[in-house]
Design a protein around this ligand. Structure first.
Ligand code: 7SA
Ligand code: CA
Ligand code: CA
Length: 561
């Protein structure tokens, strides 16, 4: 790639659409020009990689996840679930999902009395060993499903259950000897987290044998089962630093999310989390694991708060570094209902009457949304949710996108500003005119349930772009290093320093450059001094808070080391 490819695109070359850039390319016929055209064209649907500003593995913050199972599929589609997923791969991609969360793929031979003459077990959360011939299907069918999904652009997220397993089946391929430090019960406290129920099936994840057991399996899932990322189960049961090491050493550029379902009251009085908020507790997990985290702060508000209180999830936090690690959901295989025996587990189900509104909220707001299989494909919300996903993508909403909540109206009214447009949502509200909330020309895209769910959009995808002048002051560099700009959207490298945009030292030590941004978009960015030869080597970050800029004609923005 020619060195000037990273140079900011000069204002006179920046265009409002690909066509005039194409005519410019034909005149100039430069490689970098054509490849920038290709990258522009692919930007519209590109799967952005990269970690968050604080190093959390959120894969660019543009993910939309499907929970690829419900609690009873091992009973309602026994041994056939992988075949179902393979056959639906194209539909799942067409519905707009960028990733699918699979259930644990290791064979689970457990069973337990769930009451009313029903036997649960076999779902993967009490697995025996890494043999993948399970009640979801056999090893070959798993590989075929993973291949079909991956080839459709849907990343496969594998469910890791490293806290415990079903010990001591005869014929298992995993049967670690007792009293050698591999299990919690092998010493007074061989466990770096909570027990699963009695704890007699808990691993000691600090033990090197156990650590390597899972590290090797995660590498195996990456190399042979096309893992695009991981969901970590029962993370209250082990040290989040272990998760960071597992993912960092097996698949550092992947996506990961942790399930920390533990209320403050479950922490000992001596633990700071005993008197902390749900948001603080789950953000602490993200900080220590560098994985995203299910937004149980929002789930708790869904369950116990008013509609207006839904603003208090992690995904509504005013700090982008907080909201961008939230993985929002309405219900899952534990909290919600499932088709089949006993209606599944339904530990903490959202009342049906709020379900559509909750999906309207999570798909129109920051964080990474997860859609539960049964809501999408069993209970009639497929077209509603598919449309909400399209509205989200057209506006370029990302995990870190800014969100403003507007008071003075009933229900919940908010605006989310994406990379290429804005969404205004009004839930259970009495507004009819969007300009009463925010100026500009709004297009109504959703009006359902007698106005209980209203959504408008502005400047949808393919919106115009404008050249913005960037400047970094006091950029004192040594040969081989230059000043770059990196920021929180695709045009600014998504906080991935290897994709940062190099500035010009014409007015050294002031560095300048023009970068094309989506008109109306809000960006956060920083000046960095970075090696030219080694794209991941940052010599110096601009200190202090991020710089911000709202893109408009003639706007410039300045940072200072
Ligand atoms: O009550 C709901 C909420 O109400 C709200 O008002 C509260 C909330 O705090 C409150 O504000 O949430 C509470 O209840 C949640 C659900 O129980 C708790 C949460 O911490 C608590 O605050 O969530 C916990 O339980 C979930 C199921 C876990 C969470 O991580 C955990 O925090 N979810 C994941 C974990 C597992 C386990 O891997 C999966 O469990 C979930 O699907 C997954 O998403 O020797 C063998 C042996 C012994 O070791 C045991 O002592 C013995 O009991 C066998 C026996 N164990 C069996 C279990 O008793 C039986 O239930 C085991 C072998 O099988 C079953 O376990 C199932 C489990 O029931 C099922 O949910 C497990 C394995 O098949 O798979 C699933
Ligand atoms: Ca991505
Ligand atoms: Ca444990």
């Amino acid at each position: 790639m020619s060195s000037n490819f990273n140079a900011p695109i000069k204002a006179n070359a920046s265009t409002k659409s690909g066509t005039s850039r194409l005519s410019l390319c034909i005149k100039v016929l430069s490689v970098s020009c054509v490849s920038s055209l290709v990258s522009l064209a692919s930007l519209a649907v590109a799967d952005v990689p990269g970690k968050s500003g604080e190093g959390v593995r959120f894969h660019g913050g543009d993910e939309i996840i499907l929970q690829g199972f419900h609690w009873n599929v091992v009973r309602t589609a026994e041994n056939n679930w992988y075949n179902v997923l393979q056959s639906k791969a194209a539909d799942i991609a067409a519905d707009g999902f960028t990733a699918i969360w699979l259930p644990p793929v290791w064979r689970d031979q457990s069973s337990y009395d769930a009451g009313s003459g029903v036997t649960f077990g076999g779902e993967g959360y009490f697995w025996s060993d890494f043999n993948k011939n399970s009640r979801y299907g056999n090893d070959a069918q798993l590989k075929a499903a993973a291949s079909a999904l991956t080839s459709q652009g849907v990343k496969v997220l594998y469910d890791m259950v490293p806290n415990h397993h079903n010990r001591g089946h005869t014929g298992d391929e995993l049967d670690l000897p007792s009293w050698q430090g591999h299990y919690r019960s092998d010493c007074s406290f061989c466990d770096d987290g909570d027990p699963f129920i009695s704890g007699d099936s808990d691993f000691n994840t600090a033990d090197s044998t156990v650590y390597n057991l899972f590290l090797n399996e995660m590498s195996n899932l990456k190399n042979n089962y096309q893992a695009g990322g991981f969901r970590f189960d029962f993370v209250r049961g082990y040290d989040p630093a272990r998760i960071n090491a597992w993912v960092g050493n097996s698949h550092d550029s992947s996506y990961c999310v942790g399930e920390l379902w533990k209320s403050s009251g479950e922490y000992p009085a001596s633990d700071w989390r005993h008197s902390a908020s749900w948001q603080e507790i789950i953000k602490d997990f993200a900080d220590n694991s560098n994985c995203s985290v299910f937004d149980f702060a929002l789930k708790e508000r869904f369950q116990n708060g008013s509609i207006s209180d839904w603003r208090n999830g992690l995904n509504g936090n005013p700090n982008a570094r907080w909201r961008e690690v939230a993985v929002t959901f309405v219900d899952n295989h534990d909290t919600g209902y499932s088709p089949g025996p006993l209606g599944g587990q339904h530990h903490w189900a959202l009342p049906d009457a709020k379900r559509k509104m909750a999906y309207a909220f999570i798909l129109s707001s920051p964080g990474t949304p997860v859609v539960y299989w049964s809501h999408m494909y069993d209970w009639g919300l497929e077209s509603f949710i598919r449309h909400l996903i399209q509205v989200r993508k057209n506006a370029g909403i990302k995990a870190y996108s800014p969100i403003n909540f507007h008071d003075g109206f009933s229900g919940l009214v908010g605006t989310t500003t994406g990379d290429s447009g804005k969404i205004l949502f009004a839930l259970d509200s009495n507004i009819s005119d969007p300009t009463a909330v925010a100026s500009g020309s709004w297009t109504q895209v959703v009006n359902e349930d007698n106005g209980q769910i209203q959504i408008w959009s502005q400047g949808a995808s393919g919106g115009t772009t404008v050249p913005v002048d960037f400047q970094c002051n006091n950029g004192i560099t040594t040969p081989g290093n230059s000043v770059y700009v990196v920021g929180n959207n695709a045009n600014l490298g998504n906080w991935n320093v290897a994709s940062a945009i190099k500035l010009d030292p014409t007015a050294y030590p002031t560095w300048t450059g023009t970068i094309t941004l989506n008109s109306g978009s809000s960006s956060e960015w920083k000046c960095i001094i970075r090696s030219e030869a080694n794209p991941s080597e940052v010599i110096q970050w601009e200190s202090g808070a991020n710089n911000t800029v709202t893109a408009a004609q003639g706007v410039s923005t300045v940072g200072t080391f």
